[in-house]
Design a binder for this molecule. Structure first.
Ligand code: ADP
Ligand code: MG
Length: 682
């Protein structure tokens, strides 16, 4: 509970239009203004004589306008010349308003802040920041903070509002003195005041340094808030109630007896972890990680059977129609012989079929329901839902997962993912989950050979495909990703299909893409599974989960456009059978540095964890998480890779703080997280 009388959490008072703009910056409470920290600083403390002003850095100069004209070549622009005691300088404006023309009339005195560069007609500043001044006007005493803002909210207005709060709000420290001393952290109020109103002694460079004690303090506070909320969420879950699930094992034994393979040690171990969790009266929230092809599906099936044995229903949700359908086919083939009804629920079901499925799920005659997000629409009701399994969990938003969780008490939850979570993320955003890892691939897999081939050698690649087919193998051919246009992407897939059909006249070439009806897609996939189609041309829809062991060749066009996780997933579609498999990454030269770095990583590594780690390094955690999709609020100040030491000390402090200083912990969370409901407060 937040003390209502705390003025820091009162709403900002300002005109409605300003409030709307502040809202877009995430500012609602007065305290949010305090946490709205500068992006950078401008130096208006020092005036350079025009002739002495250095190039390559922003400088402030002052002078009188001695000439003004509008030039028309190469395009319409305003060109103004100013002069001080030492020399003259050209100010150039490609976009300008009549008001600026007036401001820059001859005889006016202005200060211009910007970078000087050598222009065709001598030294010039393009689009400087301008201010009209009187002669001898005093300079700023300290650096000017520049804040993130939106249209219509000017820097001076924002600055004034922030300064008002700094002057009037009490800013007590939420860290106990003992902690602050032990961790050698700056006081909170000192830190924010320093950043908002830097004392004259500080240079812009010093203030930009992430190691500055003031920034360290803010980063630490932010990380601590995250750790505290994760611990509270974990604790709340531990205190929540869920059904105790203890099956007698008869269905699991029956399925195991029917399998053509034995479980790996890793699969057995994670199954024990999962069933032990489900036997407890608190909701399981477990992430099952295993590299592509490590055999998560059978683990899901056996976990489901454990719940079904004990009289509960199970829901299995997959992010795409193709993947859900594959799960449905596989799981019903495994479970129906044991007398268990498996229901299928997707967005594309006809009304009547859907109605029947819903009835079967509601009255409990279906024990397992497999589907896409159609599974958690409002009209889906279970009789006794005990376990929810989510495949490729990182593709779902947090909200979607929670919606399913809300169905029928608190079921146990098992999330599966082939995208490994690097350690820093596991310690932060995923800290409320328990994790099981399948760290062993089924035996008899031959590692996939990766080749990088220039697009110019496409004929050779077609030759590989032909040879593979000749040897009874099958191939995927993945079309380039065209982010800008789905239509173009589709067109490319259709063209590629035509071209390959021509290039390979005696092979059957099939096509799947995102715009096909689910039924059509399923038919093509089924034909590919039966080897009636030898070459499957696909857009990236086959990215996840598709399992056709006889396919041993994967061709990816324009691999340079794809992300590492995606490439790793695609490559994982082959190498599942006994035949030696190859993944051909075609690329268009010349490659950008980033593309080169990515292709090097995928070429040199086969281990998904290592790829994810390097991916994180290349991209940073924000993009890695797909923050906007996942609904995970990103860190504003801290950087998970660079601030590992701070993250570790925040993680160490969080439990101690909850135990020994609960009031401070609460005040800290209120300060940082109020209004961010998805942080799941206890
Ligand atoms: P993923 O973890 O990527 O979802 P799958 O569950 O699709 O992997 O499994 C990949 C393939 O490996 C499937 O064909 C599956 O039947 C097979 N498989 C799973 N476990 C084993 C095992 N212990 N021994 C042999 N093959 C296995
Ligand atoms: Mg899978």
């Amino acid at each position: 509970m937040r003390p209502p009388e705390n003025p820091a959490f009162a709403p900002v008072s300002a005109p409605a239009a300003t409030l709307k703009r502040l809202e877009r910056l995430g500012i609602r409470r007065r305290f949010d203004l305090v946490l709205h920290l500068p992006l950078r600083y401008e130096d208006e403390t020092h005036l350079y004589p025009i002739v002495d002003a250095p190039y390559g850095q922003p400088v402030l100069v002052e002078g009188e306008v001695i000439a003004q004209e509008i030039q028309f070549k190469p395009r319409r622009q305003l060109v103004v010349q100013i002069e001080d005691r030492t020399g003259t300088l050209v100010l150039r404006f490609i976009h300008f308003y009549p008001s600026q023309q007036k401001q820059l009339a001859r005889g006016r005195r202005v200060r211009a802040l910007g970078e000087i560069r050598r222009g065709f007609f001598g030294d010039e500043m393009v689009h400087p920041k301008l201010r009209e001044v009187a002669e001898g006007e005093p300079l700023a005493e300290s650096l000017t903070p520049i804040y993130p803002t939106v249209n219509g909210l000017t820097q001076p207005v924002l600055r004034r509002m922030i300064h008002r709060e700094l002057d009037t709000l009490p800013l007590p420290d939420t860290l106990p003195d003992a902690v602050r001393t032990a961790l050698r952290l700056m006081a909170f109020d000192e830190a924010v005041k320093l950043l908002h109103r830097p004392p004259p002694a500080y240079s812009a460079q010093q203030l930009a340094d992430p190691m500055l004690p003031a920034w360290q303090r803010l980063k630490f506070d932010e990380l601590l808030a995250q750790q505290l909320s994760m611990r509270l969420a974990y604790r709340a879950r531990r205190q929540g109630r869920a059904p105790v699930i203890q099956g007698d094992g008869h269905l699991r034994q029956a399925l195991s007896a029917n399998l053509p393979f034995a479980l790996t040690g890793a699969q057995q171990r994670v199954l024990v972890e999962i069933t032990t969790d489900m036997a407890k009266p608190h909701p399981m929230n477990r992430l099952l990680q295993g590299d592509v092809g490590s055999g998560k599906t059978i683990v899901a099936a056996l976990s489901a059977l454990a719940a079904i044995e004990a009289g509960f229903q199970v829901a299995l949700m997959a992010p795409t129609e193709i993947l859900a359908e594959q799960h449905y086919l596989k799981l019903s083939a495994w479970l129906e012989p044991l007398g268990i009804r498996v229901a299928w629920l997707s967005g594309s079901l006809r009304k009547k079929a859907r109605g029947e499925m819903l009835a079967d799920i509601a009255d409990g005659s279906a024990r397992l329901a497999v589907g896409t997000h159609a599974l958690f629409q409002e009209d889906v009701a279970f009789e006794t839902l005990g376990l929810v399994i989510v495949d490729e969990q990182h593709r779902f938003g947090v909200g979607q997962r929670l919606a399913l969780q809300g169905k029928g008490g608190a079921p146990h939850q098992l999330m599966m993912s082939a995208t490994p979570i690097p350690r820093t993320l596991a310690m932060s955003f995923y800290a409320d989950l328990d994790v099981s890892v399948i760290d062993e691939l089924p035996p008899g897999r031959t590692p996939v050979v990766t080749k990088l081939i220039n697009n110019a050698r496409r004929d050779e690649v077609v030759g590989f495909v032909d040879r593979a087919c000749h040897e009874g193998q099958q191939a995927y051919w993945v079309c380039p990703l065209i982010e800008e246009s789905e239509t173009l992407q589709l067109q490319t897939a259709v063209d590629t299909h035509l071209q390959l059909s021509e290039d390979l006249p005696h092979r059957r070439v099939g096509l799947v893409h995102g715009r096909m009806k689910p039924q059509e897609k399923a038919e093509v996939m089924a034909a590919f599974s039966r080897n009636e189609i030898q070459v499957l041309v696909a857009t990236t829809v086959i990215e996840v989960g598709v399992d056709v062991p006889n396919a041993s060749l994967m061709v990816i066009e324009h691999a340079e456009r794809m992300g590492l996780a995606q490439l790793h997933q695609l490559r994982g579609r082959v190498g599942r059978g006994a035949a030696r498999s190859t993944c051909v990454l075609m690329f268009e030269a010349p490659l950008s540095e980033l593309a080169k770095a990515r292709l090097k990583v995928i070429y040199e590594n086969t281990d998904g964890f290592e790829i994810a780690r390097q991916d994180l390094q290349i991209r940073g955690p924000g993009e890695f998480l797909g923050a906007r999709q996942s609904g995970v609020p990103m860190l504003r100040f801290a950087d998970l890779e660079k601030d590992l030491a701070l993250l570790e000390s925040a993680r160490g402090l969080a439990p101690e703080m909850l135990k020994s200083w609960p009031r401070e912990a609460e005040a800290h969370l209120d300060r940082w997280l109020a209004g961010r409901e998805h942080f799941l407060k206890a």
